[in-house]
Design a protein around this ligand. Sequence first.
Ligand code: AMP
Length: 223
Amino acid sequence: MGPPGVGKGTQAIRLQYLVGIRHVSIGDVLRRHIAEGTPLGVVARTYLRKGELVPDDLLTRMIIGQVLSPTRAGGVLLDGFPRTIDQADTLDAALARYGRRIDAVLCLTAPPETLLRRITGRRVCPACLAAYHLDTAPPQVPGACDNCGERLVQRSDDSHRIALHRLAVYTSQTQLLLDRYEQTSTVHRVDGTGSVADVTARLLAALYLAGLGEQDRQPTAWV
Ligand code: AMP
C-alpha cells in the first residue's frame, strides 16, 4: 500500500524476483484492459483519465476471479488493491473462501512534494511498458525507450492536475483502509524516500522482521 508515486510498482517488481512471489498490479491490469478495448477497459478508461477509482463492482469481480482463483497456487503481492474498505471486505471474504489469508501489509511512505515530482517526472514506453524518470532514471536518448526505441509518453493520469487529485483520492479513501489494517493486522510502514535500492533493502528488512524472509516460507497474500 501507499500513495500514488511512492514506488509501489517499482518495488513490487523487484520483490517479485528477490523473494519469488507473483506481483499483480491492478493499475497495470486495468491499463491492459484499456489497451485491448475490453468491456471493462472501455468503462475503466474514463475513471483512470480523471484519476478516480474504478467502481468496486466492476473491479472486484475481475480481481477476485483472475488473481485469487483457487486454481492459481502460490502467494500474491497485491499492488494497488484493496484501495477502499469495500474492496478490503470483498478481499477478506474471497480469501476466507479460498482458505487464504493476508500475511503482511506493507505501506510505503513519502512526503507529498516527493510524490508529486515522482509522478509528474515519470515516462513510460507504450510498446514494451518500460518505465523511466526524468530525474532519477532517464533514458539514454532523451524521449526514446532504451529497449525498443519507441517514443516515451507521460501517462495521462500523471499530469500535475490529475496527480494532485489522485493524492486527494488516496487521502480520502485509502487512508481509512490503512487505519483499519493498523487495528486488525500488522502494518509495516517503510520509508519510500531515497534510492530504489535503499527502499528495497528497507522492504526486505521489514519482511524479515514480519517473519516472511525465510526461503521456505510460502506466504499466501501480501498487500
Ligand atoms: P496505479 O497504477 O496503481 O497508480 O493506478 C492507476 C489508476 O487505476 C488509479 O488512479 C485508478 O483509476 C485505477 N485503480 C487502480 N487500482 C484500483 C483499485 N484498487 N480500485 C479502483 N481503481 C483502481
